[in-house]
Design a binder for this molecule. Structure first.
Ligand code: CU
Length: 300
């Protein structure tokens, strides 16, 4: 994401579909059973969460040194639960997430090695007031816990740097990115913690049209600050702001196809599958099982 600049006047459109599957609970690096969560005093535990994101993206280069990027996400979330009494239920949310605007600014380039800054802003376009009904609320809708909200509710600074390199046989790169909330709380009384991400990858062409890639990604996120007064932090771990911190190391493999016959304006398709090799969570917190991404992009 944001790993390349464009030539002056170029426009690129992209469309991505992503799924993130989480199942089971964890505290630190240990798995917890449902009984463990009930024993910790919560009458309800999440058991599984599926997040689907469709992302429309546009990149435009007003000059060779600056590329602008806008991304519009649409998010669908489903969380399955079980109560201590054995009742299973799910809650759902769906809608537009936080729109991000980014600038990629060339810092250094010698033809083989390349460095640019990523400076952007995340806008609070995603809802932080999602609600659904639960066994405790009957048919009444109640505020859903933090992970089921579609946005952060705050303006966040996006700050990063990207290094890429290429030889005829192989290409590689690294990116560091920070997400820094610029407000102390959103309208519902809370904000997400800072998030840091570091990723490195290598890609190797198989032939003119196909390439494969391998990537590692380390992410660390701080706890939620403040609290939504409509949530009871003792009801379910996802409603407890202090149980929202963690770090995770993912390993990802990808496959890319490029329509080389069409030249630089050819269609590109990319698939990537990733799974954690390490995660340490302030729990009980849902653990990630896998992420999968399919994407299309084209330069106009
Ligand atoms: Cu692009």
């Amino acid at each position: 994401m944001g790993d390349h600049l464009h030539k002056e006047g170029e426009l690129m459109l992209s469309f991505r579909a992503m799924r993130m599957q989480m199942a089971g609970m964890r505290d630190g690096t240990d798995n917890l059973s449902r009984a463990d969560v009930f024993a910790a005093g919560f009458p309800v535990t999440p058991t599984r969460m599926t997040t689907d994101m469709l992302m429309l993206g546009a990149m435009y280069a007003p000059s060779d040194d600056v590329t602008l990027m806008v991304m519009l996400p649409h998010i669908t979330k489903v969380m399955d639960h079980q109560t201590a009494g054995g009742v299973e239920f799910d809650t759902r949310s769906r809608g537009i997430g936080d729109v991000t605007v980014n600038s990629l600014i060339r810092a250094w380039d010698d033809g083989e090695h390349h460095l640019h800054w990523n400076l952007g802003l995340s806008l609070p376009t995603g809802s932080v007031k999602e609600q659904d009904d639960t066994p405790a609320s009957g048919t009444n809708n109640v505020r859903l816990p933090y992970p089921m909200q579609l946005g952060t509710g705050t303006y966040d600074a996006l700050v990063g740097a990207t290094y890429t390199g290429a030889s005829p046989e192989i290409s590689w790169g690294s990116q560091v990115s920070l997400r820094i909330p610029l407000e102390n709380k959103n309208n519902e009384g809370w904000r997400r913690g800072h998030r840091e991400e570091f990723t490195s990858w290598i890609a190797r062409p198989i032939n003119e049209e196909h390439s494969v890639s391998a990537r590692v990604r380390f992410a660390q996120w701080d706890r939620i600050h403040g609290a939504d007064p409509l949530l009871n932090p003792n009801m379910v771990p996802t409603a407890n702001p202090s149980l929202s911190e963690g770090e995770r190391l993912d390993f990802l493999v990808g496959w890319n196809w490029f329509d080389a016959d069409a030249g630089t304006e050819g269609n590109r398709l990319a698939f990537e599958f990733g799974a954690p090799v390490y995660q340490d969570l302030e729990g009980p917190q849902l653990e990630t099982d896998f992420t999968v991404t399919a994407g299309w992009q084209k330069v106009f």
